[in-house]
Design a protein around this ligand. Structure first.
Ligand SMILES: Cc1ncc(COP(=O)(O)O)c(C=O)c1O
Length: 408
C-alpha cells in the first residue's frame, strides 16, 4: 500500500507514523540525529514540523552556501529538470562543460572530473596519484595525510582520514597511507620515502573543529613536493567556494595545488563533487575512471548557477566580513568570565569555538531550543558554517542566542 508523507505544520508522519519513530525502525543507525524534523527552508532559516523557526548556522554542514531554496538555484534546476535531467557520460552535454569551464577559468587547475560527493572526489584524487606514480615515480603509491584530517567514508578515503575512531570497526584499512602531525613540516619531510607519491592536505581541517594550516606549512609542503617530485593535493571539499574568504582557501597561502578536490557547497545542496588537476597531473585515459550519475546535466546546471552567483555577488568577500564580525562578537563573549570559551579559530565564515569544559552538547541543545542550529565537532568544540549570504542582523541574532546559551 502506498504511504504518504505529511510535511505541513504538525508532526511529520509517513503512513500515519511519526517520522522519528519510523526512522529508528527503517534507517541504518549511522546518524546521531538532533530531535527535530525539518520541513522547509528559505534563506538562512529553516522550519520544523511544529512550525518552529531556526537560524541555520550549520547550512547542511557547509553545503547550503546560498541559503535554503535560493531563487537562482531553484530556477536553474527547474529549467534543467524540464530539459534534460540525466544521460550517460557516453554523450556530451553542455552544462557539464559549462561548469568545468567556470571552474577552470577561476582556479589554477586545468581539467575537471565530476563526482557525487567529497569522498568520491578524494577517491578520484587517490586514483589519479597512483596512476601518476606508475607513470612518473617508479610505481610509488603512498600518500601522506595528517592526523585529525577527514577525507571521507569510503574505504580508501577512510584510510586517508587520520582518525582511528572512524577506521577501527572496518580494519584492515587499504594500504598506502601514512599520517603525520598537521602543521609540523619536519615530520612531513621525514615521512617522505621512495614509495611516496603525493601529499594530501586540507588547508583548514574542518571536522576536527576548524584548524587552519599555517602559511609556512602549506608553502613548505608545496616546496617539498617540488623538491621530491610529489603531487601536492588539497582537499578543499569543505574549505572551497568562498567559505574561507577567498574562492579557494589555497589563494590565501600563495601556493597552487597539483590536484584539488571539491564537493559540499559546489551546487548549493545538490549532490556533486569535483576533482581538478593541473595538466601534468591529469593522467586519466578512457576507461580509467567513471561514474553513472556524476556530472549529469541537472547537478552541473545547479553548480554553474551557484558558482556564478558566488562570483557575481562576491560571497567570498561577504564570508570574510561577516566572519570577522562573528569572531569580534565571540571574542567579547570570551572575555565574559562565565562563557567558558577557551579558543576561537576561524577561516572566513567557518568558526570553531573551543570550551574549557565538556559543554558543547549543552550549548548546542540550548541554541537549538532558542532557535539557532550549530553543530559540535567534539564534546568541547562547536562549529559554525553558516550560508555565505548571512547578513549583519543574522550574525547579531546568532551572537545574542549563543551568548545566552554559553552563559546559562
Ligand atoms: C575535508 C573533507 N573531505 C571530504 C569529506 C567527505 O565528503 P562527503 O561526505 O561528501 O563524502 C568531508 C566531509 O565532511 C570533508 O570535510
Amino acid at each position: 500500500m502506498a504511504t504518504t508523507a505529511t510535511t505541513t505544520t504538525g508532526t511529520a508522519t509517513v503512513g500515519g507514523q511519526d517520522v522519528k519513530t519510523l526512522e529508528h525502525k527503517l534507517y541504518m543507525r549511522t546518524f546521531a540525529r538532533q530531535p527535530i524534523t525539518l520541513v522547509r527552508g528559505e534563506g538562512v532559516r529553516v522550519w520544523d514540523d511544529q512550525g518552529k523557526e531556526y537560524l541555520d548556522f550549520l547550512a547542511g554542514i557547509a553545503v547550503n552556501i546560498l541559503g535554503h531554496c535560493p531563487p537562482i538555484l531553484v530556477k536553474a534546476v527547474q529549467e534543467q529538470v524540464e530539459t534534460l535531467i540525466h544521460t550517460t557520460n557516453i554523450y556530451y552535454t553542455a552544462p557539464q562543460i559549462e561548469l568545468a569551464k567556470l571552474l577552470v577559468d577561476h582556479s589554477a587547475l586545468d581539467q575537471v572530473f565530476f563526482t557525487n560527493s567529497g569522498a568520491e572526489s578524494n577517491e578520484c584524487a587517490i586514483k589519479l596519484a597512483r596512476k601518476w606514480g606508475k607513470l612518473h615515480r617508479d610505481g610509488a603509491y603512498e600518500i601522506i595525510t595528517t592526523h585529525n584530517s577527514f577525507h571521507g567514508r569510503t574505504l580508501a578515503t577512510l584510510a586517508a582520514t587520520g582518525n582511528r575512531h572512524y577506521q577501527e570497526a572496518f580494519d584492515p584499512m587499504p594500504a598506502g597511507f601514512t599520517h603525520v602531525t598537521y602543521n609540523d613540516l619536519d615530520e612531513l619531510r621525514d615521512a617522505v620515502t621512495d614509495n611516496t607519491v603525493a601529499i594530501l592536505l586540507e588547508p583548514v581541517q574542518g571536522e576536527s573543529g576548524v584548524h587552519p594550516a599555517s602559511k609556512e606549512y602549506l608553502q613548505g609542503a608545496r616546496a617539498l613536493c617540488d623538491e621530491k617530485k610529489l603531487l601536492f593535493m588539497l582537499d578543499e571539499v569543505q574549505s572551497s567556494m568562498g567559505r574561507t574568504g577567498t574562492l579557494w582557501a589555497y589563494e590565501q597561502y600563495g601556493v597552487e595545488p597539483d590536484v584539488m578536490t571539491l564537493a559540499k557547497g559546489l551546487a548549493g545542496g545538490l549532490p556533486i563533487g569535483a576533482c581538478l588537476a593541473k595538466k601534468h597531473a591529469a593522467v586519466f585515459e578512457p576507461g580509467d575512471h567513471g561514474s553513472t550519475f556524476a556530472g549529469n546535466p541537472l547537478v552541473c546546471a545547479a553548480g554553474r548557477a551557484v558558482l556564478q552567483e558566488v562570483l557575481d555577488r562576491d560571497l567570498a568577500g561577504n564570508a570574510k566580513r561577516k566572519g570577522e564580525r562573528l569572531v569580534a562578537g565571540l571574542r567579547e563573549l570570551q572575555s565574559e568570565s562565565d562563557s567558558g570559551i577557551s579558543e576561537i579559530r576561524s577561516a572566513g565564515l567557518w568558526i570553531g569555538i573551543e570550551f574549557d569544559q565538556e559543554k558543547a552538547t549543552d550549548v548546542l541543545n540550548r541554541c537549538r531550543e532558542m532557535g539557532v542550529l550549530v553543530n559540535k565537532t567534539s564534546n568541547t568544540a562547536i562549529r559554525l558554517a553558516p550560508p555565505l549570504i548571512v547578513t549583519e542582523a543574522d550574525c547579531d541574532q546568532f551572537l545574542d542566542v549563543f551568548g545566552r546559551a554559553v552563559s546559562q
